[in-house]
Design a binder for this molecule. Structure first.
Ligand code: UDP
Ligand code: MG
Length: 347
C-alpha cells in the first residue's frame, strides 16, 4: 500500500448491489490511467452505510481483487452525510474525491474535475450539464435551493452535485467539525475554500432507486435553515411585532369610532379573527424557537455521529482523523480472522 496517497475517493453506498462492481471497476480504470499519466496515486474508500442486500459481499470481493479498494462498514444505516464524513476522516489523500455510488456520476468525468483543480482551486464541484433525475426530484431540490438563497441568504453554489474534488485538509476539517448537522456545500462556503464548478455528465441511476423522497428533502432544508441562518427567528419576530401593532391600531380605531358615537357592530368577527391570527403567529414562532432549542439539545448530547463496525483493508497506522469518532474495535479483526460474512448471518 502506498504510504502517501494523492487522491482518496469516498463513495457512500446503501444497497447498491447492482452498481458497486461496475462503479469500482470503472473508478479503478479511470484512476489507474490518471496515475500512469500524472503519477498521482489513489485509494477508493467505499462506505457501506448499513446495506442489507449483497453490497457488502461484493465489496469484499472487490477488496480482494484491488489493492486500492478499502471499505468502512457502518454498524447500521447512519445516512449519506455520516457515511461521507466517516470516509473523509479515514482518508489520507492530498485530495478527496467524492462521488455517489449509483453511477449517476460517470467516473470517466473525473479527469475534468482534476484538470480544473490544477488551475488552483481547493474545491471543484461537478455541475449537472443535463440533469437525469425524476421531475419531482428536480423541482423539489430547485425550490429548496431557491428558498435558501433568496429567503435565508445562505451562499450556496448553483446546481452542484456531490461529485466533487476537495482539498484533503479542507475535507477532513469540515468532516471533523463538532456540529452534527452538516450541509457540506454551505460549510465549504463558510470555510472560504477557493471553489468553482465544471459541467459534467449526469446519468440516470444505473440500478435500484433513489434513497431520497420529498420528506427527506424537506428535512434537509430545515437542517440547513436552522444550521446556517437565524433569519427565520428575526422574520417571525418582526412579523409578530407588525401584527401586534396592527392589532393595537385596529383597537384604537374602534375606540375612536365608539367615542365619536359611530354605531359599531358587536365585534365578534374582529375578535375571532384577531385570536386566530395571533394564535397562528405564536405557534409558528414557537415551532421555530423549538427548532433551535432542539439543535442545542442534540449538540449538548454530543452523541458521536456514527459507530463503525469494521475497518477492512486499512493500514494498522490509521490517519489521525480516523480516531475522532467512536470506533467499536472488533476482536475478530484484532485476531486477524477474516471479516464477517454478513449474508451468512454470523454475529
Ligand atoms: N446513501 C447512503 N446512505 C443513505 C442514503 C443514500 O449511503 O442513507 C448513498 C446512496 O447509496 C448513493 C448516494 O448516497 O450512493 C446518493 O443517494 P441516492 O442516489 O439515493 O440519492 P439521489 O441521487 O436521488 O439524490
Ligand atoms: Mg442517485
Amino acid at each position: 500500500m502506498a504510504s502517501s496517497i494523492d487522491i482518496s475517493v469516498v463513495v457512500p453506498m446503501l444497497n447498491e448491489e447492482g452498481n458497486v462492481r461496475e462503479l469500482v471497476e470503472r473508478l479503478v480504470a479511470v484512476l489507474s490511467q490518471h496515475r500512469d499519466e500524472s503519477e498521482e496515486t489513489f485509494e477508493i474508500i467505499v462506505v457501506d452505510d448499513g446495506s442489507t442486500d449483497d453490497t457488502p459481499n461484493i465489496i469484499e470481493e472487490l477488496i480482494a481483487e484491488n489493492p486500492e479498494v478499502r471499505c468502512l462498514r457502518m454498524a447500521t444505516n447512519f445516512g449519506q452525510e455520516a457515511a461521507v464524513q466517516a470516509g473523509m476522516l479515514h482518508s489520507s489523500g492530498r485530495w478527496v474525491l467524492q462521488t455517489d455510488g449509483d453511477l449517476q456520476h460517470p467516473p470517466e468525468e473525473i479527469p475534468k474535475l482534476l484538470r480544473k483543480r490544477d488551475e488552483g482551486y481547493e474545491i471543484v464541484y461537478g455541475r449537472r450539464a443535463e440533469r437525469n433525475d425524476p421531475w419531482h426530484r428536480v423541482v423539489a431540490s430547485k425550490l429548496m435551493v431557491l428558498f435558501m438563497r433568496k429567503v435565508l441568504g445562505i451562499r450556496l453554489p448553483e446546481d452542484v452535485t456531490t461529485f466533487r474534488v476537495i482539498d484533503g485538509e479542507v475535507a477532513r476539517l469540515l468532516a471533523g467539525l463538532p456540529e452534527k448537522k452538516k450541509f457540506f456545500s454551505a460549510l465549504a462556503g463558510w470555510s472560504g475554500a477557493k471553489s468553482t464548478s465544471v459541467p459534467v455528465a449526469h446519468s440516470a441511476r444505473h440500478s435500484g432507486h433513489t434513497k431520497y423522497n420529498l420528506g427527506k428533502l424537506i428535512n434537509h432544508t430545515f437542517d440547513l435553515m436552522a444550521g446556517f441562518s437565524v433569519r427565520p427567528l428575526r422574520l417571525i419576530g418582526t412579523s409578530g411585532a407588525a401584527i401586534a401593532v396592527l392589532g393595537i391600531l385596529y383597537a384604537l380605531f374602534k375606540v375612536g369610532q365608539k367615542l365619536y358615537g359611530v354605531d359599531i357592530d358587536d365585534g365578534y368577527t374582529s375578535i375571532f379573527a384577531a385570536i386566530v391570527i395571533l394564535g397562528g403567529a405564536q405557534l409558528i414562532a414557537l415551532s421555530v424557537i423549538g427548532e433551535y432549542v432542539g439543535r442545542v439539545f442534540i449538540q449538548t448530547q454530543d452523541r458521536p455521529l456514527y459507530r463503525i463496525g469494521q475497518r477492512l483493508g486499512f493500514d494498522a497506522e490509521l490517519p489521525a482523523t480516523a480516531k475522532s469518532e467512536l470506533f467499536w474495535s472488533s476482536r475478530r479483526e484484532e485476531a486477524g480472522e477474516p471479516p464477517v460474512d454478513r449474508a451468512s448471518g454470523d454475529a
